[in-house]
Design a protein around this ligand. Structure first.
Ligand code: MIC
Ligand code: SF4
Length: 642
């Protein structure tokens, strides 16, 4: 039987386990990336491991999230990351150089290599045929130290693309269609592999839009073959030597098969507050729009913005609309500047932002009260924009641009005029904003500079014999990491200060939670299905850890968050019978006897709800390695003991 492309890359990197679906495997990691909001923690963890020099082929740190700098915190963190990188062998992409995923695709991505990044949209690299996976900071720190990365051997879903997109229907509409079909939890435990005649019509930036937003499916990653379009892209980035042709075997077998006919696809939008609440733009047409934001790691490529510039050229943004545009990288912004397209954007009334995440993570540009905002981004979770009652719709750059002109949701096919953006033969290349690490001889001379906001990684102890805890919070299905550990301009600067950031934990759902959890001392959180979807932020595990949370008991977990809980030493439990969700209430006294023994035996864990006098059976499927991590009190303790 032949192999899928993902299986081929896994096979070439397998260091532990066997490629049996559903079992744990350890893979060798060639490249890592971090961004600044998760990076400070990742490098503190790397330092704690006491390894001098990264052992990957390439590790890169990007500054792109915390760029608002309303106080000293972000700038101090940037300086810490810059110096730590210089010392330990990591390339440093300076603020202003662009969003990690966009820049990594342009300058570092290599087909067939493995990449993990402390950001959930790392699968963007699947657009050039990398096996690129989002992970928690600790996993990235371990990989930088040469350790393997553990995942559950995923099922492989084949999405076969047929035909060609109509004018002004775009790659964003393809991934929105996949989200409509599969939902935000449909990808858990799966890799999405794109094949079919239709992929030949898609450029690397278009493919990267699709693999990027595959994160919203909950998938382990998404991947396209590496073919002539990949070569064309790499050549234009002066990196033709990075190219290898890669594709699935003709007789590869997939676990699921989905066919999408590109020629019949229509412009789509994800409605508030979930990326899978997809409707056609036709259905929403005429809805008044207050704000339009174009950018983010999903849709800020040169070709996306050239299309936007063409639509806006010579026109003016509607009276009631504020239009913000953040080009994805310095390369993109500078190319627009040199060919005059930037002038078209400015002239039409766009507010040009720096090349960074910006409004996507609530770093400015929050909409007005109850405002309708169309965004080319990938997430529209409640409150993420910074305005809790705003209505965020996720759309393509084409929908965004035409709607900015009309002031209402508009189908861009009405604006079709035959214009097609050509892929540039040469991108503008200048890597002067990427700082190389010091040589091995020089590294000892580098002093790592730490600001007062940088506090140590919370220390943990080995797991106790019994757990006596109260239910400190009960939440519903589809809780995102933006609920657990909100971001935004006010809270993000505290990412390197766990005691301070913990004060905001779960405050979107319940403003009393941090205080209550601290008072209880030892507690358990209860939740529904797909708990922890969204970001890779390990702060969504570290803050609960700091507040005394010992276990999280839910109907089901999202992949990265579950791994982060284990890494933090918090026990991830799933109801054996989902009806037992109704047998626990806020404040109930819960008791787990001989928790260490129950974990070691691996037959599930029984919780006694003393307040209701009932026994609740839970599943806790841990691999031997994960058991050891939990028993040791987290991955850092476990790694250091080895
Ligand atoms: C996001 O899009 O939610 C983020 C901000 O990029 C996160 C990382 C973080 O929380 O720092 C992600 O996607 O992993
Ligand atoms: Fe940045 Fe938004 Fe992409 Fe996250 S999703 S990396 S915040 S642009």
């Amino acid at each position: 039987m032949g192999l899928t492309l993902a299986e081929k890359i896994i096979k070439a990197h397998l260091v532990n386990g066997e490629m049996t679906k559903g079992t744990d495997i350890g893979i060798r990691i060639d490249q890592t990336l971090t961004q600044d909001a998760t990076g400070t923690m990742a490098y503190l963890e790397f330092e704690a491991m006491g390894i001098d020099r990264v052992r990957t082929e390439r590790s890169v740190a990007y500054i792109d999230h915390n760029t608002l700098q309303t106080g000293f915190e972000n700038a101090d963190d940037h300086r810490f990351i810059q110096t730590v990188c210089k010392k330990h062998g990591i390339y440093f992409s300076r603020p202003g150089n662009g969003i990690c995923h966009q820049v990594h695709l342009e300058r570092f991505g290599i087909p067939g290599k493995t990449l993990i990044g402390s950001d959930s949209h790392t699968p963007t690299g699947g657009g050039i045929g990398m096996l690129a996976i989002g992970a928690g900071g600790l996993d990235v720190a371990v990989a930088m130290g040469g350790g393997e990365y553990y995942i559950t051997m995923p099922k492989i879903v084949n999405v076969e693309l047929k035909g060609e997109l109509q004018e002004n229907v775009s790659a964003k509409d393809i991934i929105l269609e996949v989200l409509r079909i599969m939902s935000v939890k449909g990808g858990v435990g799966k890799i999405i592999e794109y094949t079919g005649e239709g992929i030949k019509t898609l450029t690397v930036p278009q493919r990267a839009t699709i693999t990027n937003m595959g994160a919203e499916l909950g998938a382990t990653t998404s991947i396209f073959p590496s073919d002539e379009n990949t070569l064309e892209f790499l050549k234009a980035q002066d990196r033709a030597d990075a190219y290898t042709e890669l594709k699935a075997d003709d007789d590869a077998e997939y676990d699921e098969h989905i066919v999408i006919d590109l020629s019949t696809l229509k412009p789509l939008a994800a409605c508030p507050h979930s990326p899978d609440a997809v409707k056609s733009v036709e259905e929403l047409e005429g809805m008044v729009v207050n704000q339009v934001c174009i950018g983010s790691c999903t849709n800020s490529s040169y070709t996306d913005l050239m299309k936007v510039a063409h639509i806006l050229k010579g026109k003016t943004v509607a009276d009631g609309v504020s239009l913000a545009i953040a080009p994805g990288s310095k390369q993109v912004l500078n190319m627009l500047a040199q060919n005059g397209a930037l002038s078209d954007l400015i002239d039409a009334g766009a507010r040009i932002l720096e090349s960074a995440c910006g409004p996507c993570i609530g770093m400015g540009q929050s909409p007005n009260s109850k405002g309708v905002s169309l965004r080319t981004f990938n997430r529209n979770f409640l409150g993420r924009s910074g305005t809790k009652d705003a209505e965020i719709y996720l759309v393509s750059p084409e929908v965004a641009a035409v709607s900015a002109l009309t002031g209402m949701m508009t189908d861009p096919r009405k604006f079709a005029d035959g214009y097609k953006v050509d892929m540039p033969e040469h991108f503008l290349i200048n890597d002067n904003m990427i700082i190389e690490p010091a040589s091995v001889d020089e590294m000892d001379k580098i002093e790592v500079l730490r600001g007062p906001n940088i506090k140590e990684f919370p220390k943990t102890t080995a797991l106790s014999e019994n757990i006596s805890a109260s239910c400190s919070l009960k939440v519903e299905d589809n809780i995102t990491t933006d609920h657990i550990m909100p971001a935004g301009a006010k809270i993000l600067p505290l990412r390197s200060n766990i005691p301070a950031i913990s004060e905001y934990c779960f405050t979107v759902c319940d403003s009393e939670f941090p205080k209550r959890a601290k008072e209880l001392g030892s507690s358990i959180i209860v939740g529904g299905s797909n708990y922890g979807q969204g970001s890779s932020r390990e702060h969504a595990a570290l803050a609960p850890l700091y507040l005394g949370v010992k276990a999280v008991l839910v109907k089901s977990f999202a992949r990265i968050h579950r791994a982060n809980l284990i890494n933090a030493g918090i026990i991830p439990l799933e109801f054996a019978d989902e009806n037992d969700y109704n047998n626990i209430d806020l404040g109930d006294n819960l008791y787990i006897e001989n928790i260490r023994g129950q974990i070691e035996t691996g037959n599930g864990i029984t919780i006694i709800n003393k307040s209701k006098n009932v026994e609740i059976k839970t599943n806790c499927a841990l691999t031997e390695r994960q058991k050891d991590i939990i028993l040791a009190g987290g991955l850092l303790n476990y790694t250091m003991s080895k």
